[in-house]
Design a protein around this ligand. Structure first.
Ligand code: CA
Length: 383
């Protein structure tokens, strides 16, 4: 039996070329990530990542890993992913449950599954019971704003760029005022036509009262889903939007975590699409449980992704294993959120590129996460 010999938390940080902003106050000036490296006594190395949203310091997840989780993990069997997940969650419950703390647990869990795949010589999708698809439809995330930007002109140009780059779906940042949002989505829709799938993301800019008009107008513009229209604590508000929305789907979940966090949402059917992030919501172990909750209620699950290529690789393995909801020719097929915004080290951390070929991203068949981590880049961007 292999055992865990060391656990290292890397805080990665780099300035973006041009600060950008979204619906929440402030500018994103840096991209950050917390990467976990787990070394076994036989020399095998596994990697995982904790999501850092636009304003989230990687230090919270890193401190969780080094101060809380590492003493629990040293000497343990890396194959015991469920046992270790429950122990890590229980240990940090009094001061964790959400945010950066479960982000740290998620990074460790991803690294453990990477190791499990290497030990058993199987890709993670095989360990999870098999892939429903060998490639995934990506959607571009971007449309952040820059100081003195000319909108909607820049949004239209970006939309056309994504289509040229092979995307047939993308997600536009809104949440800058309902009139502004409607004007911008209408301009983008007119530029790309009805053949492109458009999502819109408010980053919880509104309350339920204000969001009702947005739901009605975006539905009219053929938007596929509206993401985080309102604050992530307002389960009842979300349910009211789900109940009024004619065909537009209501999506959220990047700010919710674990089976405990998602249970009230599923129980009250307050969302159409659940969007837990693998690198924040509980890793493979945690997201499997959230998936079971979602499928039990017939709700779609489509993970959120906004990290480096390590988090992207993990998401690809997981998304491959989500069945269509429901299984039918018309069921919801999960897509891969493919961040196209500025990120100085997103691609540098691993050797592999997840290229878009014929509009889709292939699911790797190599063991574990199927990636080769570039340790020089880890050290270069270490903060
Ligand atoms: Ca979002």
């Amino acid at each position: 039996m292999s055992s865990i010999a060391n656990v290292e938390a890397y805080i990665l940080k780099a300035e973006v070329p041009e600060p950008f902003y979204f619906a929440q106050p402030g500018y994103v000036t840096h991209r950050s990530s917390m990467v976990v490296e787990i070394v076994l006594d036989d020399g095998r190395i596994g990697y995982g990542e904790a999501l850092c949203n636009g304003h989230q310091p990687a230090d919270i997840a890193a401190a969780t890993v080094t101060a809380s989780l590492k003493p629990l993990l040293i000497g343990r069997d890396p194959l015991q992913t469920s046992v270790l997940y429950e122990e890590m969650y229980n240990l940090t419950k009094p001061f964790g449950q959400k945010g950066g703390v479960i982000g740290g647990i998620s990074a460790v869990d991803i690294a453990l599954w990477d190791l499990k795949g290497q030990i058993l010589d199987l890709p993670i999708h095989a360990l999870l019971g098999g892939a429903f698809r060998t490639s995934i439809l990506p959607y571009a995330t971007g449309f952040y704003r820059v100081k003195d930007g000319d909108y909607p002109r820049l949004l239209v140009e970006e939309a056309q760029r994504h289509v040229r780059n092979g995307f047939s779906a993308f997600k536009v940042k809104i949440g800058f005022g309902i009139d502004d949002d409607i004007r911008n989505i209408a301009a983008v829709r007119e530029a790309v036509g009805s053949g492109v799938r458009i999502m819109a993301d408010c980053n919880h800019a509104y309350n339920a009262g204000a969001a009702r008009r947005l739901v009605r107008e975006l539905d009219r513009l053929g938007v596929y889903w509206l993401e985080e229209p309102i604050t992530p604590e307002d389960v009842d508000g979300y349910r009211s939007l789900v109940e009024m929305a004619p065909s537009l789907l209501i999506a959220a979940g990047e700010n919710e975590f674990s089976r405990h966090g998602f249970w009230p949402w599923v129980k009250s059917r307050a969302l159409d699409v659940l969007q837990p992030d693998l690198a924040a919501g509980g890793g493979f172990t945690g997201l499997r449980e959230i998936q079971t909750l979602a499928l039990s209620a017939g709700l779609a699950i489509n993970p959120h992704v906004w990290g480096t290529a390590i988090g992207l690789a993990a998401a690809i393995q997981f998304i491959a294993c989500i069945p269509p909801v429901p299984i039918s020719r018309g069921g919801h097929e999960p897509m891969l959120e493919y961040d196209q915004s500025a990120h100085p080290f997103r691609r540098d951390l691993i050797a592999e590129q997840f290229a878009i070929v014929d509009g889709r991203v292939s699911v790797p068949d190599r063991p574990g996460l199927g990636i080769t981590v570039n340790r020089d880049a880890l050290l270069k961007y270490r903060y």
